[in-house]
Design a protein around this ligand. Structure first.
Ligand code: NI
Length: 440
């Protein structure tokens, strides 16, 4: 009887305490539910009006207008068309950065949607369709949602959030600078160095509702190379009078296939070597004097990267020498197209709980490293970073049949928008509450 009385007295108190905690815990969920329709609306608007890298003027104007309406401190024209929004919380605390990319791709949309892109522009001398085939429309819209939610909670926040709306993630047009690299060159992290930077990307290897993340290398580093094979021009009928760079180039391409398959320990981390361009010759009956090869190397480890460069160099030189030809090589062609996107292991371990809290532990998957590359790596190279995938495939569709990012048929299940927004919001709330820093 007495026990029952105590239980009767205790239960309402416990419920009250649990209620308080629940109320605390559902801020991200509540805000995401409330903002879902608005975020879909932004996403469709941006989707219908895609802009290529360094040309994101309409998108930037939309972003800046919204951030100003929220009362953020806004900078425009950062790295040409970028927008920075600074949200200050009520009390001092950590400074975190959340990055969204805004650019679209020269791809003609083939998805049958009422808000499909019909935009066409001039690009590298030809007219092309423009499409948000990589889902950056979703990133911009979700991050605007996160900014809106956090601005509404400003009184409860400690610290600062730097919203980075970045142009030209896919690379600037030929002859221009742009992207994360230019933002940093202009001093973004000198003015507003964050304690941690976060980014997300909608991706076709996961279902909507799922989040994918891993500690350490997450996206590959990307390098570009060029090999010029120099032979001696002759009549196609008299190959012995010259040196055939076409046959030599073919042998270099074939021999290069053993670099990854026979010389690289891919049981540790993957490496990819692909040729993307083979140019040579002007006429069917003339053996030309040179052939130009270009391609890409994707890797995760600095030593494996260097070994791949060395092997390719050796292969090109020796195969050419065996044919009496010569090579001129630029391996790598540039410093690196993209660095490895590396998730800070300690930060990722701490913030994984926020992702799990936001979407459910069973919906947060540890994924293998992906061979695609990202210039988020520039930010995460300067400060601890965490980057995660937001699944984009409708739950009823088989993942194997999903069109990849960059396809003209890339399709985003809009349910992903609420999920990504909720996840990033929870990460931001927890990071501002000190979760991103090591416990003292
Ligand atoms: Ni992308």
């Amino acid at each position: 009887m007495r026990a029952r009385l105590i239980a009767l007295l205790l239960t309402p108190m416990m419920l009250f305490a649990a209620d308080l905690q629940a109320a605390e815990d559902t801020r991200a969920r509540d805000a995401a539910t409330q903002l879902k329709d608005q975020v879909i609306e932004w996403r469709r608007d941006i989707h219908q009006h895609p802009e290529l890298g360094n040309r994101e003027t309409r998108t930037a104007a939309l972003v800046a207008k919204q951030l100003r309406a929220l009362g953020l401190e806004v900078e425009t024209g950062v790295a040409k068309t970028g927008v920075i929004g600074l949200l200050r919380g009520a009390t001092p605390g950590p400074r975190i950065a959340i990055r969204a990319d805004m650019d679209a791709l020269p791809v003609a949309e083939e998805v049958d949607l009422p808000f499909a892109s019909k935009v066409r522009v001039q690009f590298n001398g030809s007219e092309v369709g423009v499409m948000h085939a990589c889902g950056h429309d979703a990133h911009t819209a979700m991050t605007l949602g996160v900014a809106t939610a956090l601005a509404g909670l400003r009184d409860q926040l400690s610290g600062e959030v730097v919203f980075i709306f970045q142009p030209a993630e896919e690379g600037p047009p030929t002859g221009e600078e742009g992207g994360a690299d230019l933002m940093l060159k202009e001093g973004l992290f000198e003015r507003l160095k964050p304690d941690a930077v976060f980014g997300m990307h909608v991706f076709y290897t996961l279902h909507a509702g799922q989040i994918g993340v891993r500690e350490g290398p997450m996206l590959a580093g990307s390098d570009r190379f060029q090999i010029k094979v120099l032979g001696k021009q002759t009549h196609g009928a008299q190959p012995w009078r010259g040196i055939d760079p076409i046959v030599t180039a073919a042998q270099i391409i074939n021999q290069a296939q053993t670099i990854v398959s026979r010389q690289t320990n891919i049981s540790e981390l993957p490496v990819v070597l692909s040729f993307g361009m083979v140019h040579g010759g002007l006429r069917w009956n003339i053996i030309p004097d040179q052939v130009s090869l270009e391609g890409t190397i994707r890797s995760f480890d600095p030593l494996m990267r260097q070994q791949t460069f060395d092997s390719l160099q050796r292969t090109a030189e020796h195969v050419a020498a065996a044919q009496g030809a010569r090579v001129e090589t630029v391996i790598p062609m540039t410093e690196a197209v993209n660095k490895v996107t590396r998730n800070d292991p300690a930060l990722t371990r701490r913030m994984r709980a926020s992702l799990e809290h936001a979407v459910g532990a069973d919906q947060v998957l540890t994924i293998p490293p992906s061979m695609v590359a990202e210039d988020f790596s520039e930010f995460a190279d300067q400060v601890p970073g965490m980057y995660f995938f937001v699944g984009s495939v409708p739950p009823e569709q088989e993942l194997a049949s999903a069109e990849p990012n960059h396809s003209p048929r890339f399709f985003l299940d809009e349910a992903a928008l609420e999920v990504g927004m909720r996840a990033m919001l929870q990460v931001a709330l927890d990071a501002l509450a000190g979760a991103a820093q090591p416990k003292r």
